[in-house]
Structure formats: C-alpha cells, structure tokens
Design a protein around this ligand. Structure first.
Ligand SMILES: Cc1cc2nc3c(=O)[nH]c(=O)nc-3n(C[C@H](O)[C@H](O)[C@H](O)COP(=O)(O)OP(=O)(O)OC[C@H]3O[C@@H](n4cnc5c(N)ncnc54)[C@H](O)[C@@H]3O)c2cc1C
Length: 312
C-alpha cells in the first residue's frame, strides 16, 4: 500500500510531493497524466513568483520542481486517475485508466481547474499571445495600453477593476444588458473613468499576426461589427474545476464541495473525509496563482504526514 497518493503534478502536486518525501514518507506516488508542471507550462512568461526575478517561460520555470522532488524519492506515474474511493478500513483505492488500481493510506488531490473557453475565432490561436484568462498573471504586460475584458460576472468585473489600475482603458464586453456581479462591484465598474461597458455584445473574432493580437471584432445588439484595436483580451466566462475523480458511482462526491464544484477544505487543506486532502486551484477560494498552489501543496503534505502518523 502507498503511504500517500498525490493526484496531479502541477505546482500544488509537486510541492506536496517535495514536502511529503522530504518529511520522511518512503512510498509516495504522484499520478500525473502528462509531464509534471501543470497549467503554467502553457504560459510564455511568469514574472510574479517571489524570489525568481528573471522572467521565464512556464516550462523552464517548472522543470527544476520535479527534479527536486525526484531527488527526495517522489515517484511519478504518467497515468490518468479515474476515481478515488474510500474503503471501510480507512484506506483509499485509486482507480487508474486502463483498469489498474492502487491502495493508499492518504490522498492529496491537486487536479487543478481550467478556465472555460469563450469560443470565438482566434481564441485558441492567440491563447497566451494576447488572449488571457488571468489578469493577475498577464495584466502587467499591458501597462498603459488598452485591453478588452469579456464577461459579466464577479470575476470579470473584479479583474476589469484590477486592470484599470494598470492599463489606460478597459473595454468590458458582456453579452447581456445587465451584469451578474455583486451590485457594489457593478457600481465601482460604472464609476470608473477607465472602463467602457459594452453590453449586449459578443466577441466574433480576435485577429493578429505572429507577434500577437492586434484587435478584437465585436458584434453589437444591432448586428453591426465594432473593431477595438487592442493588443490583449482577457476572458472570464467560467471555470471547469477538475473534480471528476471525486465523483462516486452513485453520482455524489466523495467529500463536501462548493456549489461551483470546488473542494471544501479547512486551513490544513483537510476535506470533510479524513485522510483526503485537496490543494491548489481546485479548492474553494483558490487565488489561482502558482505561489498559492505551491503553499497549499506544502500545507496538505504536512497535514497528510500528521494524519499518517496518527494511524500508528
Ligand atoms: C496561460 C496561463 C498563465 C498563467 N500565468 C500565471 C502567472 O503568471 N503567475 C501565477 O502565479 N499563475 C499563473 N497561472 C495560474 C497557475 O498556472 C495556476 O494557478 C497553477 O498552475 C495551479 O496549480 P495546481 O497545481 O493547483 O493545478 P494545475 O497547474 O492545473 O495542475 C493540475 C495537474 O493535474 C493533472 N491532472 C488533472 N486531472 C488528472 C487526473 N485525473 N489524473 C492525473 N492527472 C491529472 C493535470 O494534467 C495538471 O498537470 C497561469 C495559468 C495559465 C493557464
């Protein structure tokens, strides 16, 4: 039986692996269906990780993380996990793609989340080259420039306000007449001189060239097209939390979840099920930053160490 199974090999999973193995656990496997590193490896630039002053791309940034964990004995199995089940003896069964299973004393789930795509032309082509889903990550690259923001919920409006402190102008595009965000946030947005709200409109296309985005074509209520010559668009149209592996055969989740599908945890990253921990982007209230996911992973591993110790 494994001491600890870590599911997902992004910043949360790798930090959990480092702290668990360095903390003395001998039999720790990180199940990561791809190469370790997580979603940040799709980013061309990261410049907000404390202590790393040099701007680097996501792949180069994450490479030493797995190297460091492996040195302390973390094993990586490049397989997708399908389901986690708690057994009557308090152990967990990890059901792996292809029918294999593993038993573990404790599990840390670090499967992350993925922003939903809005579905306009050019979105995939220019993702990471002008199309972004993270204002905290990429806003600074548009300092004193005009940008577009797509969405009408809390995240979109809060991110538009965040960008208004960095960029010269924000075009906030929303498909409905009214915003869905909290009234106080809507008020702040409407009061901002830097934000122009374009409602009842949708993005038709993002266009550009090899250096990135040059503009956005939006379709207005009367079906006319308006072109915004901006070098960047931030889209906030929802998140897919990768929580499928916690779903049980009866359709219910193994542990308590938020309405939006995020895993409920306490400050120790403990879920409602003892021995099951969650860390990183898939937990409730996650700030969706590498530094936070890494911190979560470390906390979850320390809690798992204490839990495993308590079993003796
Ligand atoms: C383009 C882009 C730019 C970003 N820029 C920044 C930035 O500048 N600064 C910053 O701090 N943050 C940035 N972020 C956010 C940051 O990448 C995330 O907050 C962070 O990666 C979350 O880490 P995580 O470990 O929780 O999840 P993830 O990084 O999402 O890792 C989860 C891992 O789990 C694996 N997985 C999922 N399901 C399974 C399964 N069933 N079986 C096995 N493996 C599975 C996935 O393959 C993935 O590798 C950016 C994100 C993107 C997409």
């Amino acid at each position: 039986m494994l001491d600890l199974a870590i599911i997902g090999g992004g910043p949360a999973g790798l930090s959990a692996g480092l702290y668990a193995t360095r903390g003395g656990l001998k039999n720790v496997v990180m199940f990561e269906k791809g190469m370790p590193g997580g979603q940040i490896t799709s980013s061309s630039e990261i410049e907000n990780y404390p202590g790393v002053a040099q701007i680097t791309d996501g792949i180069s940034f994450m490479a030493p993380w797995s190297e460091q964990c492996m040195r302390f004995g973390l094993r990586h199995e490049m397989v997708g996990v399908q389901q986690i089940v708690k057994n009557t003896d308090n152990s967990f069964t990890i059901k792996i793609e292809g029918g294999k299973t593993e038993l573990a004393k404790a599990v840390i789930v670090c499967t992350g989340s993925a922003p939903k795509r809005a579905g306009f032309k050019g979105e995939d082509e220019f993702f990471g080259k002008g199309v972004s889903t993270c204002a905290t990550c990429d806003g600074f690259f548009y300092k004193n420039k005009e940008v577009a923001v797509l969405g009408g919920g809390d995240t979109a409006l809060e991110e538009a306000l965040y960008l208004s402190h960095i960029c010269s102008k924000i075009y906030l595009i929303h498909r409905r007449d009214e915003f869905r965000a909290a009234p106080s946030t809507v008020e702040k947005v409407k009061a901002s001189e830097k934000i122009e709200c374009i409602t009842s409109a949708s993005v038709d296309e993002v266009y550009g060239d090899s250096s990135g985005v040059n503009g956005v074509k939006i379709r207005l209520k009367d079906s006319t097209i308006r072109t915004l010559e901006v070098p960047g668009i931030f889209t906030f149209v929802g998140l897919n939390v990768r929580n499928e592996i916690l779903k049980q055969d009866n359709g219910e989740f193994l542990c308590d979840m938020e309405e939006g599908g995020q895993v409920k945890v306490n400050l120790k990253m403990q879920t409602s099920i003892s021995g099951l921990f969650a860390a990183g982007d898939l937990r409730q209230d996650a700030p969706k930053q590498v530094v936070c996911a890494a911190g979560d992973g470390a906390v979850a591993a320390l809690s798992a160490l204490a839990y495993i110790e308590s079993l003796h």
